[in-house]
Write a protein that binds this ligand. Structure first.
Ligand code: PCA
Length: 322
């Protein structure tokens, strides 16, 4: 071999080794690029790339582009995606504990949500572990309020209204107030409003802004009813296949993303509400009657949830209230 071609061969071999040494993970997510959860994921992926010295490259697929919201958990479990972001409350029918943070007025502030998370976390880790996954981190959405196409003074004003649900609990709220539930994930919400399929829904200022709800529904009642959490979950076999320093990079970046995410959620909440107002939305406190009605709904739902969740659910509530 001539010296020059030997050099080329060596370079090619080096390139091939480098390519082999890089692991690529797909991260399906359900929310749009500009959403704070998604921005946090992109930052997390950049941190992992840096901390791992380029050994692990995570690609974020936002807005349900790789898997739709309800499919992401199964995709991570089955290894079609190595890591993914889910809304825990979406999976309440599978296991009631997943829906604990979707119950109205159980934990209705950031402090209460943090406390509930601490009580819920060991259970989540255990269950996800049994399902071949790991909980990497979890971040709450801002508090949930009611978007609606007309002024409302009480829950009775929601009777017969076409109500968008994103989870079993938000569908149950509709039933309890006499609205007509239809399940629509965030990625399809703008279209559902534009075609008149949705006249009201409960969610955060974040999703109201992301979906330009102000173009369709003009009232937001800031009930601050609950703070559902997204969770970033990892396929355990994919994690175990990483070398130790890369595993450490993932865990470190995940912990940083959790801290950053909680702060972002809180800070962005007021920004989102301001943006809604700027775009013509009336952001209003609920009337005492509406508040009382929704709290009643919460009490009914907690009772129903406890009956389904059994002793595990009671332990969680006890740990949370301790
Ligand atoms: N936004 C998501 C879930 C909770 C939230 O604030 C949604 O509406 O789909």
């Amino acid at each position: 071999m001539k010296p020059l071609s030997a050099l080329f061969a060596a370079a090619a071999l080096l390139a091939a080794t480098a390519a082999q040494a890089q692991t690529k993970w797909d991260l399906p997510a359900a929310y749009p690029a500009g959403n704070f959860h998604t921005e946090n994921l992109v930052q997390f992926a950049a941190d992992v790339a840096r901390e791992s010295g380029g050994k692990l490259k995570i690609t974020v697929h936002d807005n349900g582009s790789l898997f739709k919201a309800p499919e992401i958990k199964r995709a991570v479990q089955g290894g079609q995606a190595q890591i993914g972001e889910i809304l825990l409350a979406n999976f309440q029918n599978e296991w009631q504990i997943y829906g604990a943070d979707g119950l109205p007025f159980l934990a209705d502030s950031y402090d209460a949500a943090a406390k509930l998370y601490q009580a819920q976390k060991p259970l989540l880790e255990k269950k996800l572990g049994e399902q071949g996954m790991m909980l990497l981190y979890s971040v709450p959405w801002p508090p949930q309020g009611i978007y609606v196409n007309k002024p409302i003074a009480s829950a009775a004003d929601l009777k017969g209204v076409k109500w968008r649900a994103y989870s079993p609990a938000t569908a149950r709220i509709a039933e309890l107030v006499g609205a007509q539930p239809v399940t629509v994930q965030a990625a399809e919400l703008s279209q559902a409003m534009a075609t008149g399929v949705v006249q009201a829904y409960m969610s955060s200022g974040a999703t109201g802004y992301d979906t330009k709800t102000y173009e369709q529904l003009k009232y937001f009642y800031d009930t601050q009813a609950w703070l559902p959490k997204n969770a970033v979950i990892v396929n355990k076999a994919a994690f175990d296949a990483l070398d130790k320093p890369t595993q450490a990079a993932v865990l470190k970046a995940g912990a940083a993303a959790e801290t950053r995410g909680w702060a972002l959620s809180k800070q962005k909440n007021s920004e989102y509400l301001e943006l809604l107002k700027k775009n013509g939305m009336q952001v209003l406190p609920p009337s005492p009657q509406l508040k009382a009605d929704m709290e009643k709904v919460g009490q009914v739902m907690l009772k129903e949830w406890l009956a389904k969740a059994g002793p595990e659910g009671q332990q969680l509530i006890d740990a949370y209230r301790k």
